[in-house]
Design a protein around this ligand. Structure first.
Ligand code: TYM
Length: 328
């Protein structure tokens, strides 16, 4: 029996944070053996916010290297750059015609990003979830491992697929989301009401962050005045730190509570800093090695695009046929 398929992607829009790592990448690695995995560097998505062209190129390469450094083995799965497979943009156009303005207006990420980039509320930012739906649906995806913040985008993807299938018969497989138990919502270390984000370096730890700086940020992270380590309703700052520790070490909230019974925040933060450092060091070393081999990275993403395109084209042709285009 063939394996079920996974698709997921990350935008090359800034330095990856441990939020991206714990919410997405770390879970991907765990799913690679069980599923057929296709992972994309979604560069088409990235330009919904202005990017410096040279930096964007560099970040795409760096993201491929980070995927591999985190343990995504390119011999076991597919890694490619979204803009190398034209079917993404092509299917997105078609799906745009099956998506309602009202649905897109409800997207919280659109509301949030348009308030942060008030000078550039472009149509791409608005239709972004449709491109994401195209990404997923092109590969007849079974499972989409993402962080909690993408839940709404997955729901609209399913709505679009269902609508299309209702009109034309079964064209798209209905994808399911996969959101991890720990680490699906890593919050800003300085402001635990906000998610940790590439665009807020003060409250976030980058995957490639210098260890000394990561330790400093953990030491300075917000806590509360209760003084004990326990995951409890309403303790946003502590719950966040406990989740990070749990996601990194694989320990449950109960195990963490037991580990730190009778100990204070100083001990907990020290253990957290050590755990984060131990997790990031080998990734950073591997990343450096990979960035010194751009030809290898090129080989990976070219091979990835060839395979991805072969699946994507097949779905695209099915869609073209259904909507009534003469196949070229
Ligand atoms: P992006 O690039 O913002 O984030 C990449 C992945 O990281 C997760 N993530 C987090 N998880 C936990 N805590 C956080 N603070 C945190 N911040 C980010 C995200 O949930 C995501 O899984 N639209 C997507 C990219 C995308 C995509 C796709 C994903 C485009 N097409 C198709 C899956 C399938 C995005 O902007 O992710």
């Amino acid at each position: 029996m063939s394996k079920k398929r996974i698709f997921s992607g990350i935008q090359p829009s800034g330095a990856l944070t441990i939020g991206n790592y714990l919410g997405a990448l770390k879970n991907w690695v765990q799913l690679v053996d069980e599923y057929e995995c296709i992972f994309s560097v979604v560069d088409l998505h990235a330009i919904t916010v202005r990017q410096d062209p040279e930096e964007l190129k560099q970040r795409c390469m760096a993201l491929i290297a980070q995927y591999i450094a985190c343990g995504i083995d390119p011999d076991k799965c597919t890694i490619f750059i979204q803009s190398h497979v034209p079917a993404h943009a092509e299917l997105a156009w078609i799906l745009n015609c099956y998506t309602y303005m009202g649905e897109l207006e409800r997207m919280t990420q659109f509301k949030d990003k348009s308030s942060r980039h008030a000078d550039n509320i472009n149509a791409g930012l608005f239709t972004y979830p449709v491109l994401m739906a195209a990404d997923i649906l092109l590969y007849q995806t079974d499972l989409v491992p993402v962080g909690h913040d993408q839940k709404q985008h997955l729901e609209i993807c399913r709505d679009i697929a269902e609508r299309f299938n209702r009109i034309y018969g079964p064209v798209f497989k209905m994808p399911e989301g996969y959101i991890g138990k720990m680490g699906a919502r890593v919050m800003d270390l300085q402001n635990p009401e906000k998610k940790m984000s590439k665009s807020e370096p003060q409250g976030s730890i980058a995957l490639l962050e210098d260890p000394a700086s990561a330790v400093k940020k953990i030491k300075r992270a917000q806590t509360d005045s209760l003084g004990y380590v326990k995951y409890e309703e309403g303790r946003l700052a502590m719950n966040n730190l406990i989740s990070i520790y749990g996601a990194v070490t694989g320990k449950t909230a109960d195990e963490i509570e037991t580990e730190f019974t009778g100990k204070g925040y100083g001990d907990f933060k020290k253990a957290l800093a050590e755990a984060v450092q131990a997790e990031l060091s080998p990734i950073q070393a591997k990343y450096k090695e990979l960035m010194a081999s751009p030809h290898y990275l090129q080989e990976v993403y070219r091979k990835g695009a060839r395979y991805a395109a072969s699946i994507a084209e097949e779905t695209k042709r099915k869609v073209y046929e259904k909507v009534g285009y003469i196949l070229g």
